[in-house]
Write a protein that binds this ligand. Structure first.
Ligand code: FES
Length: 106
């Protein structure tokens, strides 16, 4: 299990034990964070799984593909160097200690 710290829209933070091989979105949803709508189910077409990567871990994550970047850039809540779509991040052991904050919906 990989420890990930998740902050919801109300500013409440809780650590979850994320399962490797699942996406970060699936892990957040599986741990009852209802703020993350993820309405396309991980198809990289909705931007409702948008999170901010905190604590300087952004550069340690796998690089994003063009389609993820295009979707995020269209979000009014996009933050360069922090925004990611959590459905596009597959959790692995290198992410232990990752801190993310759920972004407001566009
Ligand atoms: S769940 Fe729709 S883009 Fe991630």
């Amino acid at each position: 299990m990989v420890k990930v710290s998740v902050t919801n829209l109300a500013g409440q933070t809780r650590d979850i034990d994320a399962e490797e091989g699942l996406s970060l979105m699936e892990n957040i949803r599986n741990n009852d964070f209802d703020d993350l709508a993820a309405i396309c189910g991980g198809c990289c077409s909705c931007c409702t799984c948008h999170v901010y990567v905190d604590g300087g871990d952004f550069g340690k994550l796998p690089a994003m593909e063009d389609d993820e970047h295009y979707l995020l850039e269209d979000s009014e809540h996009f933050k360069e160097g922090a925004s990611r779509l959590s459905c596009q991040i597959e959790v692995d052991g290198s992410m232990d200690g990752l801190q993310v904050t759920i972004a407001p919906e566009a």
